[in-house]
Design a protein around this ligand. Structure first.
Ligand code: HEM
Length: 210
């Protein structure tokens, strides 16, 4: 992250506004997806609970985003998860997936309604079909912030997500959220995985529609 220019204000002017053509390793994630080949392992007083779930995730392209000379292409996402046959939300998550072509840096931001946010970093080349991102509690860049109750009872020390884009057009994720639970000495691995199948195409970003 040190190869940045002295001029931190001037924005690039000649970039392509068609986000869907410039998502690099995130290309295979754009769209609306559903998945049931899932497994959640979550903490309960009596021990780890294993649960299959039904997920719907929307990943929609956003306009290219600049910070001065820095340029990101990305997707805004919303994940909604229920238990099979139920209405009640089991897990909800929003954020962005971002790719910086100039550096190969990948970012996932996530916010969940437990009062928790995180930003995970990774790297991938344009045509990579698998990549891993990590957030670590205490980091000033790829950190995790939790509300005071979670800090007290379920301290989240690491979050890791591995994505694999499959040749049949599906994609899969494998997550490990490491919790230090009050009263326990060993970390708890709150893991989640799923395979997602496309149910609708993405909507091109606003600038690509002009
Ligand atoms: C597919 C993804 C996920 C699913 C289905 C899921 C589901 C769950 C469930 C069912 C619980 C137990 C809730 C309870 O007993 O009240 C739980 C706990 C927790 N989850 Fe997740 N989770 C997911 C991802 C994440 C992620 C990405 C994070 C943070 C980076 C996270 C953070 C936590 C924390 C801190 C707890 C402990 C709080 C508690 O047990 O009440 N989860 N999760």
């Amino acid at each position: 992250m040190t190869d940045y220019p002295e001029d931190v204000y001037t924005e690039p002017s000649d970039f392509d506004v068609h986000t869907l053509n410039n998502l690099g390793p995130l290309t295979g994630l754009a769209g609306i997806w559903e998945g049931t080949r899932s497994l959640d392992v979550n903490p309960k007083a009596e021990g780890p609970e294993k649960q299959v779930f039904v997920e719907r995730i929307e990943l929609q392209p956003i306009d290219p985003q600049t910070n001065g000379p820095q340029l990101f292409y990305g997707l805004r996402y919303h994940t909604h998860i229920v238990k099979p046959g139920q209405i009640e939300t089991y897990h909800d998550q929003v954020g962005y997936w971002l790719w910086e072509p100039a550096t190969g840096n990948l970012i996932q931001t996530l916010a969940i309604p437990r009062g928790q946010v995180a930003m995970a970093f990774g790297r991938a080349a344009k045509d990579d079909t698998s990549f891993e991102l990590v957030a670590t509690r205490g980091s000033e860049m790829n950190g995790i912030c939790s509300n005071p109750f979670l800090e007290y009872a379920f301290k989240t020390i690491e979050y890791r997500v591995k994505v694999t884009i499959n040749t049949d057009g599906t994609w899969a994720y494998d997550e490990d959220t490491v919790l230090m639970i009050r009263g326990k000495t060993e970390p708890f691995h709150h893991t989640d995985r799923n395979v997602l199948t496309k149910v609708a195409e993405p909507t091109p970003n606003p600038l690509a529609r002009t």
